[in-house]
Design a protein around this ligand. Structure first.
Ligand code: AMP
Length: 593
């Protein structure tokens, strides 16, 4: 038997939610539905957004309401217009196979006459934001004297947004006999007070731990210097090519500055803050929802109630002042049983804030290292290869061009073609990240201490850590790499320390005395047609805001960043056309040793 039927939900509704993909009740639904279906109790549910709260209260309401009557019987209050629309749409979907159900969404920023007209026609369920609801009450346009159930959804957010008094006024219009169901992600004192004031012996349920975040969220932080924050942020974004994130800043100005800098640097980003008109806000949200935006840069208030599924990362560009806000922010990811990452960029002074948040949410943060340039390049390359594998080929459209393409490529082997196609896009990343500095705190401090000495602190004493642009994809084992280095530089294996063989690059340590030897002997060395590049690890230039734009068309704000990256503007072509003339250089291939 369908588990929702077992919980006591009628067939028609179960059919509708099955079509929506609900197969088994979520934990909050499983716990709350039996309690709420009795209609006898006040209720407090502590649950994060994205846990299935809407159905947890929506489904029982549909069993308790008398749809032959046309007066308001249930009032659902929520903090934002987005949430209001989401709830009313969900409830309408649940009632697809029920007759005579009338739901109205009442929220600010939209035409009030339409809402009044719907109310006059007769509604049983009102979903509302507090401000507009009060406006309608003050116009004496609605009768709440027969309301039996009031739902306060995301109560903590409503209080955060200063709706306390509006809620008091609205509730005073409803009869004392009504039942109140309160849902909140957190339980600060103010919410507790509301529960005490309006409820009698409420049944209290918690999904997850009190005040703790969703278990599917990984909390991470990066320790960096304040001045490297933007560069580190971009580096992290580049390290996650499929990122679909919300970036939190503390001020409106900061959101605008960051969004502008990102667009300039070729990213697909826009800002969301309190100064936008409703229309502008809707436009930004539409683009984000439709994934035409990859990064949404928002303030806490503006991001309240954002209910986009599949957000992969919440990025705390600046930590919030209140821990409560951290919970709200991170709750924007890992919705509907998915996993997500909430990451914070902090400097040394802010580390204590992380410890404080850890204590309150009862979760520990993992310290992550800002990826090095070569690691980012590797990630991007693999993502690109994945895209090539998955690309949909429009046979009909491309076939007229195939004979000419084939003719043009005839002289190239399969390997050469693959290498060239990969390089077309990849060269830009390689170029951008060439000599990219280590942005982690210790490395930066280390370089300062050593007064510009070309040495990374993380290398063993007496050794220098070097980078080489060959790795396991070039079919090296560690031993073979050791052989290659020693043969080429004509030094003994004893002079080589740790070898860290990665995919497309390698870090290796060499005795300080031999560093020069390595540089001299690796000059002009090619390996399978690729110039071998050796650098001191962590050495390099700054990659600040002035960093070179990797997008094709800076003005194309609406376009997709990834598409723009693969565009073929003149700059792109220049970047990718660098196939060297290898003559006159020492050439290596693996078979040589
Ligand atoms: P909510 O917390 O109500 O905003 O729900 C978050 C998301 O989970 C929405 O997209 C719902 O449609 C979905 N959802 C809620 N309950 C279930 C369920 N039992 N099975 C599958 N998806 C669900």
């Amino acid at each position: 038997m369908n588990p929702f039927l077992e919980l006591g939900i009628r067939h028609e509704v179960v059919n509708a939610i099955t079509e929506m993909g609900f197969e088994t009740p979520s934990p909050i639904q499983e716990k709350a539905i039996p309690v709420l279906l009795t209609g006898n109790d006040d209720f407090v549910g502590l649950a994060q957004t994205g846990t299935g709260k809407t159905a947890a209260f929506g489904l029982p309401l549909l069993e308790l309401i008398d749809f032959t009557q046309k007066h308001p019987q249930a009032l659902i209050l929520c903090p934002t217009r987005e949430l209001c629309l989401q709830i009313s749409k969900d409830v309408e979907k649940f009632t697809k196979y029920l007759d005579n159900v009338n739901v109205v969404a009442v929220y600010g920023g939209a035409n009030i006459s339409d809402q009044l007209r719907q109310i006059r026609r007769g509604v049983q369920i009102v979903v509302a934001t507090p401000g507009r609801m009060l406006d309608i009450i003050n116009r004496k346009a609605i009768d709440f004297t027969k309301v039996q159930y009031v739902v306060l959804d995301e109560a903590d957010e409503m209080l955060n947004m200063g709706f306390q008094e509006d809620i008091n006024n609205i509730l005073s219009e409803t009869p004392d006999t009504k039942k109140t169901w309160l849902f909140s992600a957190t339980m600060p004192r103010e919410v507790r007070r509301i529960a005490q004031k309006y409820m009698t012996n409420p049944v209290e349920l918690t999904v997850g731990t009190k005040n703790a975040g969703n278990a599917n969220i990984e909390h991470q932080y990066y320790l960096i210097r304040a001045k490297d924050k933007y560069a580190a942020f971009k580096r992290i974004v580049d390290f996650y090519p499929e990122i679909f994130g919300i970036v939190f800043c503390r001020t409106k100005i900061e959101t605008q500055e960051i969004a502008e800098a990102l667009v300039k640097d070729g990213y697909n980003a826009d800002s969301l803050h309190g100064d936008l008109s409703q229309q502008q806000r809707d436009k930004v949200m539409k683009r984000y929802r439709e994934r035409n935006l990859q990064l949404l840069i928002a303030t806490d208030v503006a991001a309240r109630g954002i209910d986009v599924n599949d957000v992969t990362h919440v990025i705390n560009f600046s930590l919030p002042d209140e821990v409560e806000n951290y919970t709200h922010r991170s709750g924007r990811t890992a919705r509907a049983g998915k996993t997500g990452i909430s990451l914070s960029l902090v400097n040394v002074k802010e580390q204590s804030k992380i410890r404080h948040i850890e204590k309150i949410i009862g979760k520990s943060f993992e310290r992550k290292q800002v990826p090095q340039g070569p690691e980012v390049c590797e990630k991007q390359l693999l993502a690109m290869i994945d895209k090539v594998n998955k690309v949909e080929v429009n046979q009909e459209q491309i076939s007229p061009f195939l004979p000419a393409i084939m003719e043009n490529m005839e002289h190239l082997s399969k390997e050469e073609i693959i290498t060239r196609f990969a390089s077309l896009e990849f060269n830009r990343f390689l170029e951008y990240y060439r000599n990219a500095p280590d942005l982690n705190m210790e490395a930066r401090e280390g370089r300062n201490e050593e007064r510009g000495e070309r040495r990374d602190r993380s290398s063993s004493k007496g050794y220098t850590r070097l980078f080489m642009n060959l790795g396991s994809v070039d079919e090296f084992s560690r031993g073979e790499m050791l052989g290659f280095i020693c043969n080429t530089a004509k030094i003994s294996g004893k002079s080589i320390g740790k070898i860290d063989l990665k995919g497309v690059f390698t870090f290796f340590e060499v005795e300080d005395a031999e560093v020069e030897n390595i540089f001299n002997n690796f000059k002009d060395v090619d390996f399978n047609g690729r110039q071998v590049r050796i650098e001191v690890s962590g050495d390099g230039r700054s990659e600040g805001r002035g960093g070179r734009s990797r997008g094709g068309d800076r003005n194309n704000r609406g376009g997709d960043r990834r598409e723009r990256r693969s565009g073929s503007g003149s700059r792109d072509r220049k970047d990718s056309g660098g196939f060297r003339d290898f003559s006159g250089k020492r050439q290596y291939s693996k078979s040589r040793y």
